[in-house]
Design a binder for this molecule. Structure first.
Ligand code: NAD
Length: 254
């Protein structure tokens, strides 16, 4: 029960890594404000937490809209209390060659990954600076290494790593801020991308057996555990760090 009596906010809580993080924080005692643009799936996460005896609140919002972010944070503070933990997991990839990426696609990718992370941090920092708190931002192994056609996504995720380092310096030690950079995780978005590819079996094999040491996808729970570690008091001396959890993808050349 590492998060007993704490209030946590998780963005992207309707699916995948954000959903897993919200459920795990609730299991460990946190009251969880769940944020996502997908209202119906968000309600499912909240109901699952409540069925297990936990406390959660749905705060639907587009993280890329600062007015919606302000309202969501206000609703969570009113419903659950002051925020101790923020996990920014909302986001998603764009797989497209840079020269074919439209203005709109570029902005959308930057907005939902980087700008949304900034808006949520900006909204909770004044209160956290007074009473203390911790933030974990979800970046990606692609912030550090290059896979084909991830220009906008890798730029957004590298931006998250830089933003995290800067905010950690400016708002620490009262607010402890870190990021996690996962490799490929077995989440609905990755499964959907694999299934939509011309040869799903070959794509899965390429992602899972590609240049990693693990030679498999991460389970959602493996990455959730890294996020919970960074958010917990066990990581009390970890500040401004990007914890790479990529099954060795970032160290293997071939
Ligand atoms: N799955 C992977 O392999 C992987 C690897 C590295 C990093 N990541 C990152 O982890 C995070 C979670 O990914 P996932 O695989 O769980 O994806 P997912 O698609 O299962 O979940 C992402 C959630 O974010 C929400 N979201 C997207 N844009 C939003 C917006 N503008 N406002 C509010 N909510 C929004 C979606 O509705 C969805 O519920 C993302 O930031 C992703 O970039 C994923």
């Amino acid at each position: 029960m590492r998060f007993q009596n704490r209030v946590a906010v998780v963005t992207g809580a309707a699916s995948g890594l954000g959903r897993g993080t919200a459920l795990a924080l609730a299991r460990e005692g946190a009251k969880v404000g769940c944020v996502d643009v997908n209202r119906s799936a968000l309600v499912e996460t909240v109901l699952e937490i409540e069925r297990a005896g936990g406390v959660a609140l749905a705060a639907p919002a587009d993280v890329a809209d600062s007015a919606q972010v302000r309202l969501a944070v206000a609703a969570i503070v009113a419903g659950l209390g002051a925020i101790d933990v923020l996990v920014n997991s909302a986001g998603g990839a764009l797989v497209k060659a840079a020269h074919e990426t439209t203005d709109e696609e570029w902005r959308h990718c930057l907005d939902r990954n980087l700008t949304g992370t900034f808006y949520f941090c900006r909204e909770v920092l004044p209160s956290m600076t007074g009473r203390g708190g911790t933030i974990v931002n979800v970046a990606s192994s692609l912030a550090r290494i290059a896979a084909p056609d991830f220009a906008a996504y890798s730029a957004a995720k590298a931006g998250i790593v830089g933003l995290t380092r800067q905010l950690a310096r400016d708002y620490g030690p009262k607010v402890r801020i870190n990021s996690v950079s996962p490799g490929a995780i077995d989440t609905p978005s990755v499964r959907a991308a694999i299934d939509a590819s011309p040869d799903p079996a070959a794509t899965l094999s390429e992602i899972a057996n590609g240049n990693t040491i693990a030679r498999r996808l991460a389970s959602t729970d493996e990455v959730v555990e890294v996020i919970l570690f960074l958010a917990s008091d066990s990581a009390s001396f970890v500040m401004g760090h990007d914890l790479v959890a990529c099954g060795g993808q970032s160290v293997v050349a071939y």
